[in-house]
Design a protein around this ligand. Structure first.
Ligand code: UN1
Length: 518
C-alpha cells in the first residue's frame, strides 16, 4: 500500500465521506448540530496537516438534539424491531461501501495503522450484522404464575434518548457498538465524540444519514455534537437521557457515573484498563511474542485493551526479556498509512509528554528501563507525535504501574512459584478490563478462568489482551466501570424490563395467598 499523499488522496477521501477540505464545519449537516461554538481544528497526528475544522456545538445545540431526539423517539419506538433491524442492515451495507475511505480517515485523523482503521470499520459492520439478527431476538421469559388461570412474562421496551460519549482511540467502532444495538432496541442516540477526532464522527453521521433518508427515519434518531466536556456533563445531568454510555478515562467515568447516579439514571461505563499477560513456564513463545508485541505497540499502546504488564515466570524470565528487547529493535515506526510500519504516532503532543513523563516516573520509582522510548524527530516525524516504544522492569506496586499510561510502555514483572502468585499480581491493580494467560497446562488455564482467577471482564487463554470480537460482551470490572457493550446480552442495558401478570380468570386471587375480603 502506498503512503497516503496528503493534498490529493485525502481530499478524495474527505469528499467521498461528505466532508469538504478545511473549514468543512462552517455549516451544519443533517443530524449534526454546531452553531456558534468555537472552532475545533483537526490536525492529523500522522503529518501535522490541518485536515479540517468544525464549529463546536453549544448548549443550545445540545437542547436541539435532545428535543429532536425525544420527538423522534415517539415515532421510532413504534416501528417493529425487525424493521429497525432492516435499516441497520442497510447501514452495515453502506459501511461496506465506505470501508476504504472511512478506514483511511480513521487512520489519518487518529493515527492508527491503515489495517487497524479498516479493522475498526469491520467492527462496525460486524456489530450491524449482529444487531440485525438480534432485532428478532429481543426476548424476555414466559413464567409460571403461582395463581390459577394467570399468566406472567417479562418483556423489554426501549429507554428513549441514549447519550454516547466516546474516546479518540476507537473513534468510530465504539459509537457503532452503541448505536447499532440502541437503534434495533428502539432508542435514539445523541453522540458526543472525542474533540480529537471530529471528522470521523461527522463522516459516520453522514453515512448514517444517507441510509436514514432513504428510509424516512425521523431526524433526531441519530445526532452528533462535536464539543468539549460541557456537553458530556449536560448529558450526565439530564433526566431526559435515561442511559449514558461513556468510554474513556476512569476520571471521566467517575464524574459521569456520579452525575448519572445522582439522578438514578443508567450508565454504561467502559473505562481504563491495566491489562496483563501471564507467561507461564509451558507457554508457547512462538505465540507469546507476536501476541505481546501487537498488544503493547499496536495502536501505539492506545487501546483500553493494550497490554501494559507482563507477569513472567522466573524460569523463563530472562529468555522472554531477551527475545522482546530484540523484537523491539525491529519495530518500524512511521506513517501508519504505510503498511510496512508497525507503529504510528500518538494522538497528540500532550500524549508524547505524558508518555515521556511516565518513563521518568518509572526510573524515579526504581524501575529499570530496558528499552527507553524517545520522542522522534526528523523526516517523516514532523508532526511531533511519534515516539519509540519502551520496556521496563518494575514492581507491580509502583504507583506509575498502578496507573494506566495510554502509550507503548510495557512493564515486565517476575513471578515465582505457581500460577496463583501470578494471578495475585495480575489482579492487584485498580482496573479490571482485560487479561490473558499463555500456558499449555490445563490446570493453570482453568485456574486462571475460575472464580479465584482473573478478576477482569475479559480473560483469554493463548491470545493477547486486545482485539476482542464483537460477539462477546465487552467491558470490565473495578475502576473499568462494570459496563458491558457490544455482544452477548449487552443489548439489555439499552432497554427497560417490564414484568407482566395477566389474569384471565373470573376471580381475583392475591399472591402469597393473602386473604382480603372486600
Ligand atoms: C477500546 O480500546 O476502547 O478489543 C476498545 C479491542 C477492540 C476494542 C477496543 N476490539 O481491542
Amino acid at each position: 500500500m502506498a503512503t497516503m499523499t496528503v493534498g490529493t488522496e485525502i481530499k478524495e477521501v474527505l469528499e467521498q465521506l461528505g466532508l469538504k477540505e478545511n473549514n468543512n464545519g462552517a455549516s451544519t449537516g443533517k443530524g449534526w448540530f454546531s452553531s456558534n461554538g468555537e472552532e475545533i481544528k483537526s490536525f492529523s497526528p500522522v503529518d501535522g496537516t490541518l485536515i479540517g475544522s468544525v464549529k463546536s456545538a453549544t448548549l443550545a445545540d445540545y437542547e436541539t438534539a435532545i428535543t429532536k431526539g425525544q420527538a423522534a423517539f415517539k415515532e421510532w419506538r413504534e416501528i417493529p424491531a425487525p424493521k429497525r433491524g432492516e435499516i441497520v442492515r442497510q447501514l452495515g451495507d453502506k459501511l461496506r461501501e465506505y470501508k476504504i475511505p472511512l478506514g483511511k480517515l480513521v487512520s489519518y485523523e487518529m493515527g492508527k495503522s491503515y489495517q487497524e482503521g479498516l479493522g475498526e470499520v469491520q467492527e462496525m459492520i460486524d456489530i450491524c450484522d449482529f444487531a440485525v439478527g438480534l432485532s428478532r431476538q429481543l426476548n424476555g421469559s414466559t413464567l409460571h404464575s403461582e395463581r390459577p388461570v394467570h399468566r406472567m412474562y417479562d418483556q423489554y421496551h426501549p429507554l428513549g434518548v441514549v447519550g454516547i460519549i466516546s474516546a479518540f482511540n476507537f473513534p468510530v467502532a465504539v459509537w457503532c457498538w452503541n448505536t447499532a444495538l440502541a437503534w434495533i432496541c428502539g432508542d435514539v442516540c445523541v453522540w458526543k465524540p472525542s474533540e480529537k477526532t471530529p471528522l470521523t464522527a461527522i463522516a459516520c453521521q453522514n453515512i448514517t444519514q444517507e441510509v436514514f433518508d432513504a428510509n424516512d427515519v425521523p431526524e433526531g434518531v441519530s445526532s452528533v455534537l462535536i464539543g468539549d466536556a460541557e456537553l458530556g456533563k449536560a448529558m450526565a445531568n439530564d433526566k431526559r437521557v435515561p442511559l449514558v454510555s461513556a468510554t474513556g478515562s476512569t476520571r471521566m467515568g467517575k464524574s459521569v457515573g456520579e452525575a448519572v447516579g445522582k439522578r438514578l439514571g443508567k450508565s454504561l461505563l467502559e473505562l481504563g484498563g491495566n491489562n496483563a499477560i501471564i507467561i507461564t513456564p509451558s507457554a508457547d513463545l512462538e505465540l507469546v511474542i507476536p501476541g505481546v508485541v501487537f498488544g503493547a505497540v499496536g495502536t501505539t499502546g492506545q487501546r483500553c485493551t493494550s497490554t501494559r504488564r507482563l507477569i513472567i515466570h522466573e524460569s523463563i524470565y530472562d529468555k522472554v526479556k531477551d527475545i522482546l528487547v530484540n523484537a523491539y529493535g525491529q519495530i518500524k515506526i512511521g506513517n501508519p498509512l504505510d503498511e510496512s510500519n508497525h507503529m504510528g504516532p500518538l494522538i497528540d503532543k500532550d500524549s508524547v509528554e505524558t508518555y515521556l513523563a511516565a518513563i521518568e516516573k518509572v526510573k524515579a520509582e526504581g524501575g529499570k528501563v530496558l528499552v527507553e522510548g524517545k520522542s522522534l524527530s526528523g523526516e517523516g516525524y514532523e508532526s511531533g507525535c511519534y515516539v519509540s516504544p519502551s520496556i521496563a522492569e518494575v514492581e507491580n506496586s509502583y504507583s506509575i504501574v498502578q496507573d494506566e499510561t495510554f502509550a507503548p510502555l510495557l512493564y515486565l514483572i517476575k513471578y515465582s512459584g505457581d500460577v496463583n502468585n501470578a494471578i495475585e499480581i495480575q489482579n492487584d491493580v485498580k482496573q479490571g478490563l482485560s487479561s490473558s494467560i499463555f500456558t499449555n497446562n490445563i490446570r493453570e488455564s482453568e485456574r486462571f478462568l475460575s472464580a479465584g482467577g482473573s478478576d477482569c471482564g475479559i480473560a483469554n487463554v493463548n491470545i493477547g489482551t486486545s482485539g476482542a470480537e464483537i460477539g462477546g460482551a465487552f467491558g470490565g470490572e473495578k475502576e473499568t466501570g462494570g459496563g458491558r457493550e457490544s455482544g452477548s446480552d449487552a443489548w439489555k442495558v439499552y432497554m427497560r424490563r417490564q414484568t407482566n401478570t395477566i389474569n384471565y380468570s373470573s376471580e381475583l386471587p392475591l399472591a402469597q395467598g393473602i386473604k382480603f375480603d372486600f
